[in-house]
Design a protein around this ligand. Structure first.
Ligand code: PMP
Ligand code: GLN
Length: 390
């Protein structure tokens, strides 16, 4: 029977994050695959959400977000990133994923090309395709994952409408330098492109370098769509509270797409996030210090066991080069064996490439876990390495 499914979805495999988390549950493995902390998130934030649930409204909030949250997002980015935003710049969405979907739907017309940098967060391509766009891939190379502006410029055609910049970048852990961002901004201006900036990892910083948004660079405010996620800012990934910041004229059209996707987002979570965004800078710095400790613990532990660990500057993630770690298995095979036999889940980078067969043999690990869990994981990964050594 022909059910007439749309092939841009029916032909898709299930996302690697769900596949690996499912296997981790089945095999009772330590889950260093999908990116989420193994803590509950800040108690004060959860209390605010409880209070909102019990004493606030439980009916539809305004479509573009509750006023307190739109104001808090604008002020937060003023304080932390020097951006000049008003509440009219902000649309609250149900997670960054919906913000991405709404942005592509609102900004792309059929046949518009969008540059995507591989390895890429897996939602980009299907969402671009469903919005009628055509993704054009430019591939970054390990170990430095630098932006090659010449290659990016070569991928721009008369049909190119936008570039997606995930900064800091999942899965590479890269935080792009000021000069790379300046170069990209120049390309956007020269070729009249919109920059769709997925900055969900902006607060998960592993170095002293502050986050610089493309939005802040000269001439970019009018052509940048900046996407954030409270899930990552506060370590509560299940909340799915996201936001888009853009020139009010752009934000308005994105709001029109959002109105028929989810329309709105749970009011008690919005209210809690509005308060949390106003917490002292010190709170966000302290949270980052915790992530830094976990990163260094896992990194040094794995290096002692003979793993070749790539450098990360931000995100919950670090990458291991299997070949340089002496492991002679494709990344996907290593990950299946690691979760089934050794009880530890990871993400093979190949699942985040347009052409998986051309991907380097690298896996991604999420280090946002308790110390004891990381120690246990190091032992299990060491056993997996031994068993699968060349
Ligand atoms: N973009 C990137 C780069 C991500 O890593 C993630 C999830 N970790 C998202 C978007 C989705 O964020 P959310 O859960 O807020 O939808
Ligand atoms: N962004 C998370 C990661 O990269 C996963 C989110 C999801 O599963 N959709 O692991």
């Amino acid at each position: 029977m022909n059910l007439g499914f749309n092939s841009s979805f029916s032909d898709l495999p299930t996302t690697i994050f769900e596949v690996m988390s499912g296997l981790a549950r089945t095999h009772e493995a330590i889950n260093l695959g999908q990116g989420f902390p193994d803590s509950q998130g800040p108690e004060a934030l959860r209390r605010l959400a409880c209070d909102g649930l019990m004493t606030g409204s439980n009916q539809y909030p305004p479509m573009l977000g509750i006023p307190a949250l739109r104001t808090a997002v604008a002020e937060h980015y003023g304080t932390h990133q020097g951006l000049e935003l008003s509440p009219e710049h902000v649309v609250v969405t149900s997670g960054a994923t919906e913000a991405l979907a709404a942005s592509f739907l609102a900004l792309l017309s059929p046949g518009d090309e969008v540059i995507v940098l591989d390895p890429a967060y897996d939602a980009y391509r299907p969402l671009i395709a469903r919005a009628g766009g055509v993704a054009r891939t430019v591939t970054l190379r390990p170990p430095l994952w630098q932006l090659d502006l010449t290659e990016i410029e070569a991928a721009i055609t008369a049909k190119t409408r936008a570039i997606v910049l995930n900064n800091p970048m999942n899965p590479t852990g890269r935080s792009f330098s000021h000069s790379e961002l300046m170069g990209l901004a120049r390309l956007c201006e020269d070729h009249d492109l919109i920059a769709i900036c997925d900055e969900v990892w902006e607060h998960v910083r592993l170095t002293d370098q502050p986050h610089v948004s493309l939005f802040a660079l000269p001439g970019m405010a009018e052509r940048t769509v900046k996407i954030g996620s409270a899930g990552k800012m506060f370590g509560v990934t299940g909340w799915k509270v996201g936001f888009v910041c853009a020139e009010p004229a752009i934000a308005k059209v994105i709001g029109k797409a959002h109105q028929f996707l989810t329309f709105t987002t749970a009011p008690h979570l919005q209210a809690a996030v509005a308060q949390g965004l106003g917490w002292d800078k010190a709170w966000f710095e302290e949270q980052a210090v915790g992530y830094q400790a976990a990163y260094h613990l896992l990194r040094s532990g794995l290096m002692e066991q003979g793993f070749h660990v790539l450098n990360s500057e931000a995100t919950y993630f670090m990458c291991l080069d299997l070949q340089q770690s002496g492991i002679d298995r494709p990344a996907l095979e290593f990950c299946f064996e690691a979760v089934k036999t050794f009880g530890v889940a990871a993400i093979p980078l190949q699942s985040l490439y347009e052409k998986p067969e051309e991907a380097p043999p690298i896996i991604r690990l999420c280090f946002a876990k308790q110390e004891a869990v990381l120690h246990d994981a190091i032992g299990r990964l060491a056993q997996a390495r031994q068993a699968m050594s060349a």
